[in-house]
Design a binder for this molecule. Structure first.
Ligand SMILES: *Cc1c(COP(=O)(O)O)cnc(C)c1O
Length: 427
């Protein structure tokens, strides 16, 4: 493949980096085959929901104003509910991001005097202000919702004794974050989440279990809603938007919980009946349709990155060989300098803003400086090839996305090249 080497060479990737990448790929062919099998199953699952709901070109029509009788919107929500095996779903461009979707789900289902429990340690950074762990106007704490947290044990497993003690008469909702987020704990498999749910429900059968499903959708053949979660929540500029959704979030679950979320999102009495689709239906449908294979591409990129960096001495979470339950790859780079070099590579490989130079900066919702590399069609989309991380020990970059496997590959090779160029890595 001399032409490819030449082309990569023109883009700055050296023959040594390319060769190291090819050698890495030979080791992971079986993993790629397994990912393709999951994608094939999930593709069929999505397609069957399209067929069942008789999706037609009329579903793509734009609505404006109140958005009454919006058939495209209603059917899309039914497609989500069918794929996730839930009674109902709320899938809306009016949900601005994942944090917003989670905020709606929490504030709709928790009332003053109720307690929220996280049995899996601290939740994602942005949720800390939502809950009021870091004081913030309009937090749940301000509205009289208390919060309790049980940390994971040192080996990353659930502290069942601690959880049993933490569940009390006030515990109304238990939130379980599937993905590690910006922590270096393992991401939970759906099976593990199911075990935790069963444990909690045995102690308190009527407790509502919410799973923050961000980055997890379609990585496995089952979702947390298949193992007892009452509500699952995610962002459309991550997995289920398939890279095409320009905005949005979803909440899928029991009719009771989803109704309350709809009343919280719009207004009591209005609920799911209002909310114009603003012409976004084609992107939301097509993105969901593409999602299983986009997720597979991203997952291949994540596995490639772990297998590329781990032999060079960098701790990877998940490691090079373990099974995957989300699309995120953390690579502990050990220094700010290495984080910057890595992110420069991801940025340089982007289809958009490839000439930009990522530098650490302050971000709303995060308590340390963050570096982000993304040159995305949808601004801030982490379904597209991107890397980010807070500038604090262990100086881990969280690498994710890639609309196509070949782009993910090129981006990861470029990150390594920048590390080599900066004298941080020698091959
Ligand atoms: C991304 C993410 C969120 C928040 O989503 P935003 O769209 O960034 O607001 C919440 N939880 C987890 C685990 C995430 O990965």
């Amino acid at each position: 493949m001399d032409e490819l080497l030449n082309l990569y060479g023109e883009m700055g990737i050296s023959p040594a980096v390319y060769a190291y990448g090819e050698k890495t790929l030979e080791k992971i062919a079986d993993r790629f085959a397994a990912i393709d099998q999951v994608a094939e199953y999930n593709q069929a699952k999505v397609l069957r929901a399209f067929h069942k709901n008789r999706i037609a070109a009329t579903c793509f029509a734009a609505t404006t104003g109140y958005g009454y009788n919006d058939e495209g919107r209603d059917k899309l929500e039914q497609v989500y509910a069918d794929v996730f095996h839930t009674e109902a779903a709320l899938v809306r461009p009016q949900i601005t991001c994942g944090t917003h979707a989670l905020t709606v789900a929490l504030s709709a289902n928790l009332l003053p005097g109720d307690e929220l429990l996280s049995p899996v340690g601290a939740p994602y950074d942005t949720l800390q202000e939502v809950i009021g762990i870091r004081p913030s106007p309009c937090s749940l704490a301000e509205y009289g919702v208390s919060y309790r947290q049980v940390d994971l044990l040192s080996d990353g497993t659930f502290d069942y004794e601690g959880i049993r003690e933490a569940i009390n008469e006030k515990t109304k909702l238990i939130t379980i974050q599937r993905s590690k987020g910006y922590a270096t704990r393992p991401t939970f498999s759906v099976k593990q989440i199911g075990e935790l749910i069963a444990f909690c429900k045995a102690i308190k059968p009527d407790v509502i279990i919410m799973v923050d499903n961000c980055y997890g959708e379609f990585v496995e053949t089952i979702e947390p809603s298949d193992v007892g979660a009452d509500i699952i929540v995610g962002s459309l500029i991550k997995n289920p938007g398939g890279g095409l959704a320009p905005i949005g979030g979803y909440i899928a679950g029991t009719r009771h919980c989803v109704d309350r979320c709809a009343y919280r999102l719009s207004a009591p009495g209005l609920g799911q009946e209002v909310g114009a689709n603003l012409g976004l239906m084609p992107a939301l449908y097509q993105g969901f349709f593409l999602s299983p294979s986009v997720v597979a591409s991203a997952e291949k990129g994540a596995i490639f990155a772990a297998n590329l960096y781990e032999p060079l001495g960098y701790k990877c979470v998940p490691n090079a060989t373990e099974s995957r339950h989300d699309i995120i790859q953390a690579v502990e780079l050990g220094s700010e300098k290495a984080m910057i070099a890595f992110c420069k590579g991801i940025q340089a490989a982007a289809p958009v803003d490839s000439y930009a130079d990522p530098i650490p900066g302050d971000m709303p919702g995060y308590d340390s400086q963050v570096i982000m590399a993304a040159g995305a069609f949808v601004q801030g989309s982490t379904m597209e090839l991107s890397a980010d991380g807070p500038i604090r020990p262990p100086y881990a970059v969280y690498f994710q996305g890639g609309l196509t496997w070949h782009h993910a590959k090129l981006g990861i090779l470029m990150s390594l090249q920048k590390m080599v160029d900066a004298g941080i890595v020698t091959l």
